[in-house]
Design a protein. Structure first.
Ligand SMILES: [Zn+2]
Length: 177
């Protein structure tokens, strides 16, 4: 490839011309574009600072819930959004038996609108909340307006599921006064 500014020869994939330093105007990276779309929507709609990880995931911190991330796969399925609240309860089996935890999760899941709770027996017996949504036709990035419309609802659903889970857990093990 050649520099648009000075016509110097450049290696394919170079970001800057080695001769004059001009930035290559090349095609935008679809992975980056998708991550930036989510970053923008989280920041605008939820009012929370979001960062893009090296692998393309979008991370943000909720004041009540803690760290959440949106797992994105721009190559395989850009149409899917996976909002995750990982391990919001760790060492859960210290509070209840695994059977009780699974029962509570199932009860919450039946009533939850979008969120799904899962118990991970291996990862320190943690409980994770997630929302998985297909937002576009296959191999198509979601429409920004649609994404803006659903992100708050997805967050509300996770928040409601987490609160319901905590309530049920409390009922199981009333705190000793
Ligand atoms: Zn140049």
């Amino acid at each position: 490839m050649f520099c648009e500014n000075c016509s110097a020869t450049m290696r394919d994939g170079s970001q800057f011309c080695p001769s004059c330093g001009t930035k290559v105007a090349g095609k935008a990276d679809p992975k980056r574009q998708l991550a930036e779309l989510y970053q923008r929507v989280v920041q605008d709609e939820l009012g929370l600072l979001a960062t893009i990880e090296e692998d393309g995931d979008v991370l943000f911190e909720h004041p009540d819930l803690g760290g959440l991330f949106i797992s994105l796969n721009a190559e395989k399925d850009p149409e899917c959004m996976r909002l995750m609240l990982p391990a919001f309860v760790v060492d859960a089996t210290r509070w209840a038996s695994l059977e009780d935890l699974i029962r509570i999760c199932n009860r919450v899941n039946v009533k939850a609108k979008l969120a799904t709770l899962t118990v991970h027996e291996d990862a320190n017996d943690s409980v994770t909340a997630s929302v998985g949504l297909v937002l576009a036709a296959p191999d198509t990035s979601p429409d920004e307006a649609l994404l803006r419309g659903v992100i708050s609802r997805a967050m509300s659903s996770i928040k409601a599921a987490v609160e319901k889970f905590s309530d049920e857990l409390q009922k199981l093990n009333p705190p000793t006064a």
